[in-house]
Design a protein around this ligand. Structure first.
Ligand code: ASP
Length: 431
């Protein structure tokens, strides 16, 4: 097959063209034309992916849990998965904290720029403050209460409630393991067939991925820049160092942590892993949503990485909702950066508090664009950094959201491969 017919190349071309178009559109003042005629193609692609995310989580987790044949196997695979998810998140946080403390990006933001950023983004930060007020009144066990839906349809109504759908699916899967096999069969067959249907829908949607990615990128660039490209450059001048620290941390975590897991815990070659996961990473980058990317992550893991359906249908939907290494790393860097910018010292206890709260916050972060910065409020509160400081980092958040989502998705796929290898459920992949 010629290279340009391969899906990941087509998506890369869409992405690069979207980027170039976005810059041109911002320079020429084509903002309105872009949002009327280009952005909708990106939105249609994004909505199609999100449309199948909730049914996919439901069907794959119910069949995933029920196919584990007994509760002992479920607790073994479940325990292993959650332990690795939390372990990798803690490593990501440590990488982020070491980098931000050593490189001190907050020390380089000039006083007048700080005031300007705070003024420009004050309104948007206000929204975060309202959330903060609500979260301040919550008791310590509230996150667990929130995980349990009181109405299934209410939970399935919003992509932000994916954790509640995950809870219901695992609960129902366990129930199916406990009732007589002949009674469970019709429901299992139903969800199995739903699963197959969704995989087919993913294949259809992916035909449009290059155009979708083009539209998403063009829209993102023009909406960040408005019709004034100079504004982006000024922002990057002030926040560029902070953004580089986040991106450097993500890159280190992906190459060192995931790379060594792949090398030492699985028979997969690192290059094969990147090649297989490429299209999912590119879609994660363009959509900023690990929930929307989940159907593609699953498809790539099963068909191109050799992960068994039994493992992928349990590990990946769970990971997309609770495992967010990229988000946690970013939250740690952002919290310390804000403290540094306003001249606040965070001691070792505060930094350890960041690790604990960020692990919890990343579990609760919805797999949708911009969710990470909302949960950042909880971390800032825990260490006493003023929440209004969020205004400082809002300007570059979308770019960092794109990058951290790639890490989130890569982390889920790495863990799925490791768990599959440890269970003897990693097939050979075609050369
Ligand atoms: N957009 C990220 C995701 O979906 C979450 C975040 O905002 O950090 O994985």
């Amino acid at each position: 097959m010629p290279w340009y017919k391969k899906l990941h190349w087509q998506i890369i071309i869409g992405l690069v063209l979207g980027l170039l178009y976005g810059v041109l559109a911002a320079a020429q003042g084509w903002g309105q034309f872009t949002s009327d005629w280009i952005a909708p193609f990106g939105q249609i692609f994004f909505r199609l992916l999100l449309l199948i995310a909730v049914p996919l989580v439901l069907a794959s987790l119910i069949t995933g849990v029920a196919s584990l044949s007994d509760l002992k196997k479920l607790s073994r695979i479940g325990g292993k998965t959650i332990a690795i998810y939390i372990g990798t998140t803690v490593i990501a946080l440590i990488i982020g904290l070491v980098l931000v403390n050593v490189l001190n990006p907050g020390g380089s933001v000039p006083e007048e720029m700080r005031e300007k950023l705070q003024m420009t983004f004050a309104d948007q930060a206000e929204a975060g403050l309202e959330n903060a007020a609500a979260s301040a009144e919550r008791g310590p066990l509230q996150p667990i209460v929130d995980m349990i839906p009181n109405n299934f349809f209410e939970a399935a109504r919003s992509n932000r409630n994916m954790l509640q759908v995950v809870f219901f699916a695992i609960f129902a899967g366990i129930g199916l393991l406990m009732i007589p096999k002949d009674k469970a069969k019709p429901l299992l067959e139903f969800f199995d067939s739903l699963n197959d249907l969704i995989i087919k829908l993913v294949e259809i949607i992916m035909i449009f991925a290059p155009i979708g990615v083009f539209g998403l990128l063009a829209d993102t660039i023009t909406s960040i820049a408005g019709d004034d490209l100079g504004q982006i450059l000024e922002l990057l001048g002030a926040l560029g160092f902070y953004a580089i620290v986040v991106i450097l941390g993500l890159a280190i975590h992906m190459t060192l942590t995931y790379g060594s897991m792949m090398k030492f815990l699985t028979p997969r070659k690192i290059s094969d892993f990147w090649k297989a996961l490429g299209p999912a990473q590119l879609v994660a980058f363009s959509t900023s949503s690990s929930g929307a990317t989940l159907p593609i992550t699953m498809e790539r893991c099963e068909n191109n990485l050799g992960v068994s359906e039994e493992v992928s249908s349990f590990v990946l939907p769970l990971g997309a909702t609770i495992n967010m290494d990229g988000t946690a790393l970013y939250q740690a860097v952002a919290a310390v950066f804000i403290a540094q910018t306003i001249g606040m010292e965070l001691d070792l206890t505060a930094q350890i508090t960041i690790v604990f709260t960020a692990v919890l916050a990343s579990i609760g972060t919805a797999a949708v664009p911009g969710a990470g910065i909302i949960m950042l409020v909880i971390i800032l509160e825990a260490v006493g950094v003023p929440i209004a400081g969020i205004a400082l980092i809002l300007g570059v958040d979308r770019i960092l959201d794109m990058c951290r989502t790639v890490t989130n998705v890569t982390g889920d796929a790495t863990v799925a491969t490791v768990v599959a290898a440890s269970e003897g459920q990693l097939r050979d992949i075609p050369a």
